[in-house]
Design a protein. Sequence first.
Length: 248
Amino acid sequence: MDLPSQSPPLPQKVPLRHLAVIMDGNGRWARQRNLPRSEGHRAGTEAARVLVEECLKLGIAHLTLYTFSRENWNRPAEEVRFLFELLVDFITRELPDLEKRGVRLKILGEMAELPYAARTALQHAMKRTSRNETMLLNLALNYSGREEIARACRLYMQSGRSPEDCGPESLADFLYTAGQPDPDLVIRTSGEERVSNFLLFQTAYSEFYFTDALWPDFSPACLREALADFAARSRRFGGLESAGLPAR
């Protein structure tokens, strides 16, 4: 898919409450430019900042970014260390603007396993932004969709509820995203067409949009192209039109 040269016009109101993004292609972006992978990750961080700003302009209330999966621990130790240093720098630098713009930060994943500096910076940012209401920014960190479902089952049983009463809606109360609408649209960059263990429970009826754009090249124009494509679709939930399905 060619990158759009300019932002396509959007309908007056895009029916989207929750956007989720699998940010893929930092390494390939760097390799194409004969740069170290670290520069690809650095450029990807800037793309994430721009995306948050654009989503705020468009009035998207929930944004989830797949930032670091549990499988990513298998990467070289030096790369993993750089990724978390980059994360701490990003959170520290952007926190004043997140506060000013009304963005609340939430982490999806097991924070206890993160490096101390990253865990401390994230906990501080979540506390500082806990009252914000303009946008909820979810960062999926040390995240696994399968483990999230298993964790929700454990928490459900520990709550003392009856196994016979366990259903999709009651189990959803124990997910990291409890209380949030499920993603309406999932975007994946870099030409890959798989979900990679991302929000497996929540994306049962999500629309998917795949683009060849590498993540650092994913611009506001790319986002608007994806949203225009989404707005033109007729969503169905097991045969039901979206207009007839109440929000969770």
